[in-house]
Design a protein around this ligand. Sequence first.
Ligand code: DX5
Ligand code: ZN
Length: 215
Amino acid sequence: MTIIAPSLLSANFANLKKDCDMLNNSQADWFHLDVMDGHFVPNISFGPQIVEAICNSTKKFCDVHLMIEEPEKYIQSFKNAGADNITIHLEACRHLHRTIQQIKSLDLSAGVAINPHTPIDSLKDIIKDIDIACIMSVNPGFGGQTFIQHSINKIKQLRELIDEQLLQVKIEVDGGITLENAATVIEAGADVLVAGNTIFKSPNPIKTIEKLKSI
Ligand code: DX5
Ligand code: ZN
């Protein structure tokens, strides 16, 4: 069964409680929280305080996606805020393995995300150490962008890399997921679908989550 992880980046920030309650009453599996620093990506979203407020509003798994430089400086803050998983970007880490160990030492699930231009091969020597590999299917920084089609090849390659070593690493696909392309993404090997605009900008988000879940 595919895990559905709505991205709160597309929620109503003036009424987060309402959107959290909506997700709590839906079939959403995870909460996906996009943290942006204005350096690693050309946008600023929110930090540990908002993450804490959201994590306190749910019992669901809180998947924190750090699109920030020097993430090692903030791992403890996001742990304290209530994160269950922390995903960092391969492109933002000089010592990726060390930062993954730092996340795991706090008893958290650890993820690595890769940008559209980063080849799957670059995950080869870290794949055994992580719980989630996140393929960015848009350039990170904004919700509501169009899915980059080449991501399908990358998902397939990653599926092979994971399966040939009999690993349990989950493949998360983040960006541009719609009701139209979700089936292809799942067929290619995705375990987790992140969706922002498709859910929050739809007339009936609960129903949209239900639809995504049944694909
Ligand atoms: C992109 C973020 C995504 C994004 C998803 O920088 O990491 O999680 O907000 O939003 P949609 O589904 O609208 O592309
Ligand atoms: Zn994200």
